[in-house]
Design a protein. Structure first.
Length: 294
C-alpha cells in the first residue's frame, strides 16, 4: 500500500459523488450555523478579488455576521447544502460574496477553480461550549521513535536527517515523515485516551476519528462547571502528557481558535477519508475513497 496526493479531478469527484452520502452521519454539533467558522486549505494559492491582494492558500469563513456587540445578525450558510457548495466550488460560493477579500471569480482568470486539499470547521462553537478535541499525530510519534533509535548527535529531533537515519522516510508510505506503524500507534493511543475519558471522567459521549495522519479524540459530554475553560484544559493536557505519557499536541486542546478536519472530508495529501472509527484495529485502507480506488 502506498499513498499519494489526490488529483484535482479526484477531489472534485469525491465531494460530488461520495461526500454527500456522509452528510447525514456528521456529528450533531457540526451544522451550517453551529461552528463559528469553516475553513479550506488549497494546494496552490488562489487570487482574491482585491487588486494587489495576496493569493490565499488557506481561508476561514464565519458562519454568522455579528454586530459591534458580538450578537449574531446574518447567517452565511442557511443549511449544510450551502456549506457543501462552498466546499465543492469555493470561489463560486464564497460567503464573502463580491467583497474585495472574497476569492476571485474563476471565469475572469486563467487559473482553474480551486479545489480544497483540506476542509476544516472551528472548534469554537455558537451553540455549545468549545468542542474539546485531543490531537495525536503520527509525525510526532515517528520523530520520537527515530530519536530513540538513532544516536547521531548531528541529527536533531526536528530534522529530516533523523527520520532518514532511522529508515522512516523509506518505509511505506515512502517519502512521508512517518511509517504506517506510526499511524497504527497513533490510533492505539487514541483509544487509550478514549478509555481515560470514560474511566477517569465518567464520559458517556466520546468519539475517535482517524484524521489521515493520526487521530482526533473528542470528549463531548457537557461541562457545566467549567465549560472547558483554559484551566481545565491545562489540567487535561498535563494528565495525558505526564502520568499517561500520551504524545498529544497540547496547543490543539488549549487554543479555542483552532480548526479541525471535518469528519468525512478528504485528506487529499494521503487520499484518505477522515473517518470516525470504533476499534484500534481499524484498517486505514478502508478509508480510501472509491474515486481513488478506480
Amino acid at each position: 500500500m502506498t499513498w499519494r496526493h489526490a488529483t484535482r479531478e479526484e477531489i472534485y469527484r469525491y465531494y460530488t459523488e461520495e461526500f454527500p452520502s456522509y452528510v447525514d452521519e456528521l456529528p450533531s454539533f457540526i451544522t451550517a450555523k453551529g461552528p463559528k467558522q469553516y475553513a479550506l486549505a488549497f494546494r496552490e494559492p488562489y487570487p482574491v478579488r482585491k487588486d494587489g491582494g495576496p493569493d490565499k492558500d488557506f481561508i476561514r469563513r464565519d458562519t454568522w455576521q455579528t454586530n459591534v456587540s458580538g450578537d449574531r445578525t446574518t447567517t452565511a450558510f442557511h443549511d449544510f447544502d450551502d456549506v457543501f457548495e462552498f466546499i465543492r466550488h469555493p470561489a463560486r460560493n464564497d460567503p464573502l460574496g463580491r467583497s474585495d477579500f472574497a476569492l476571485a471569480d474563476p471565469d475572469l482568470l486563467d487559473k482553474p477553480d480551486p479545489r480544497p486539499d483540506a476542509v476544516y470547521y472551528a472548534l469554537d462553537h455558537w451553540e455549545r461550549p468549545w468542542v474539546l478535541l485531543i490531537d495525536i499525530d503520527a509525525k510526532t510519534i515517528a520523530r520520537e521513535r527515530a530519536a530513540q533509535a538513532v544516536s547521531d548527535e548531528d541529527a536533531t529531533e526536528d530534522s529530516d536527517e533523523l527520520l532518514d537515519s532511522a529508515g522512516i522516510l523509506e518505509a511505506d508510505p515512502a517519502g512521508y515523515p512517518y511509517a504506517f506503524e506510526d499511524i497504527e500507534r497513533a490510533i492505539e493511543y487514541g483509544f487509550e485516551v478514549r478509555d481515560i475519558f470514560e474511566d477517569d471522567f465518567n464520559a458517556e459521549e466520546t468519539m475517535v476519528v482517524y484524521s489521515g495522519q493520526g487521530v482526533h479524540v473528542y470528549l463531548l459530554d457537557s461541562d457545566p462547571a467549567h465549560r472547558y475553560d483554559a484551566k481545565s484544559r491545562e489540567v487535561l493536557n498535563d494528565l495525558l502528557q505526564n502520568p499517561y505519557e500520551i504524545p498529544i499536541d497540547p496547543v490543539v486542546t488549549a487554543d479555542r481558535r483552532r480548526v479541525a478536519r471535518l469528519p468525512y472530508s478528504l485528506h487529499a495529501d494521503v487520499c484518505s477519508i477522515v473517518t470516525p472509527i470504533e476499534s484500534p484495529t481499524f484498517d486505514v485502507r478502508s478509508a480510501t475513497p472509491e474515486v481513488v480506488k478506480e
